[in-house]
Design a protein around this ligand. Structure first.
Ligand code: PLP
Length: 466
């Protein structure tokens, strides 16, 4: 058997990696100089690298390893499915048991009348499906000019042309452009953009930008609104509580389809099965991926309500699909993952054990001199770093300088915590225990202390003047 082994020295692996492997979202020259960290094993919330460090994974990989690493049941489900039927497609009136079983299971778990699943290979692909699906829906309804989708600046919906265009990240738009028919409104990010408003006032103000945008474009041109219940890649931006009810009201008023991108917030992350339930959102479509398989196999999809599915069906064939839509191995792995989440009470563990335990410690970080707000919903947390909490000041240094330095200290302390600009974010595996949470927070605090000392020494604890 051709086994992939870790027999090469780390420096050799890093050299080969830099020479032949183009990494996503990475500065290739910077990487070649430093060498990437080589991760070799995972167990629960712990990773091991090629140097033997034991690292606590505060990000669950890329927000996806909800049940933790190393679960043999998923490996067995994949092996069994590969032996039985490694592949068959779901095009042209064929199907197979894993896709049927997973679609039925998702319909059971999803709230309301979200009863129909279109499978994709990833979250980006699923959002590309959503663009085509909502436009097709209005076409069949006899309103083909309704094709604009409204999204938010600093939202993240993937990195394909469609997903990247729905997202509101200018650096992504600047590499390759974006597709037409997508408009962006402001994000509900009170800490950085709320000025003198209360959080509640600001939440309403930002939601009403949706209404203003619809009026500007004409309601008869707008197909849908898409948003993440909590912005993940944008920095774990928790919206004010006034935000989503107002968005819902506006979508209802103008008859606009509402897409909740649950790629991160789905499958227990917020202490409910879906972020929509945590925020009282009633979407027509939910985007899913990541935690659907806990990252053990690539899979994504859209869960679609009865009415939208019926209208699209009325239109006859929908000319859309991926070779790997409903891949049997990915479906089998996802099913086993959902079984574990359900039978082991993982969502209840987040809600009743892990969140309450972490919430106390996380909020406690607000007494640290570098930390402004500390936010946590379920097991999705962020802290805003600031040189002056009272004024919610930014640093004078280029945005992200301080966040990067803090992340470097976390790395050195065997904790994976990401930075988005000068915000630090976490989303650990949902199965994290209270003892592991204590370790995570202790390492985070140590890293913040070291970062703070370094900033002081380098004269960087300076607020930006507006
Ligand atoms: C990660 C992510 C995506 C994209 O998923 P991929 O599987 O990386 O294509 C889409 N939406 C949200 C909210 C995400 O966090």
């Amino acid at each position: 058997m051709n086994m992939i082994t870790n027999h090469l020295p780390t420096a050799e692996l890093q050299k080969l990696d830099a020479a032949h492997h183009m990494h996503p979202f990475t500065d290739a020259n910077g990487l070649a100089e430093k060498g990437a960290r080589v991760i070799t094993r995972g167990e629960g919330v712990w990773l091991t690298d090629s140097e033997g460090h034991r690292i606590i994974d505060g990000m669950a990989g890329l927000w996806c390893v909800n049940i933790g690493y190393g679960r043999k049941e998923l490996a067995q489900a994949a092996a069994k499915q590969m032996e039985e039927l490694a592949y068959y497609n779901t095009f042209f009136q064929t199907t197979h048991v894993p896709a049927i079983a997973l679609a039925a299971k998702l319909a059971e778990i999803a709230p309301g009348d979200l009863n129909h699943v279109f499978f994709a290979g990833s979250g980006s692909e699923a959002n590309d499906t959503n663009i085509r699906l909502v436009r097709r829906y209005w076409q069949v309804k006899g309103q083909p000019e309704r094709r604009v989708i409204i999204a938010r600046w600093n939202g993240y919906h993937g990195s394909t042309m469609g997903g990247g265009s729905l997202g509101g990240m200018k650096p992504i738009h600047s590499h390759g452009g974006r597709i037409d028919g997508i408009e962006h409104i402001g994000q509900p990010y009170w800490w950085a953009e709320g000025g003198d408003m209360t959080e509640d006032e600001f939440g309403l103000m930002r939601a009403r930008e949706l209404e203003a945008k619809i009026e500007e474009l004409g309601a008869d041109k707008v197909a849908a609104f898409i948003g993440e219940p909590i912005q993940g890649a944008g920095g774990v931006i928790v919206p004010p509580r006034t935000y989503w009810p107002e968005i819902q009201r506006i979508c209802d008023k103008y008859g606009i389809l509402l897409i909740s991108d649950e790629v991160i917030t789905g499958f227990g992350r917020t202490g409910n099965w879906f972020g929509s339930q945590t925020f009282g959102i009633r979407p027509h479509i939910m985007t899913i991926a990541k935690g659907l398989s806990s990252g053990y196999a690539p899979i994504g999809g859209s869960i679609i309500c009865d009415e939208v599915a019926a209208v699209v069906a009325e239109g006859g064939e929908f000319f859309h699909g991926y070779t790997y839509s409903g891949h049997p191995v990915s479906c089998a792995v996802a099913l086993e993952n959902l079984r574990i989440i359900q039978e082991e009470g993982v969502v209840e563990h987040v809600r009743d054990v892990a969140n309450p335990h972490l919430a106390k410690l996380w909020k406690g970080l607000e007494d640290h001199p570098l930390v402004g707000e500390a936010k946590l919903v379920g097991l999705m947390g962020s802290i805003a770093l600031t040189p002056d909490k009272a004024t919610r000041a930014r640093f004078a240094s280029e945005e992200g300088t301080v966040g990067f330095r803090c992340r470097e200290r976390c790395f050195a302390n065997d904790l994976i915590m990401r930075h988005v600009g000068d915000r630090m974010i976490i989303a650990p595996p949902l199965v994290i225990t209270p003892e592991e949470i204590d370790t995570l927070v202790a390492r985070a605090r140590k890293s913040l202390d070291e970062c703070h000392a370094g900033l002081k020494a380098d004269g960087l604890l300076v607020a930006k003047k507006d």
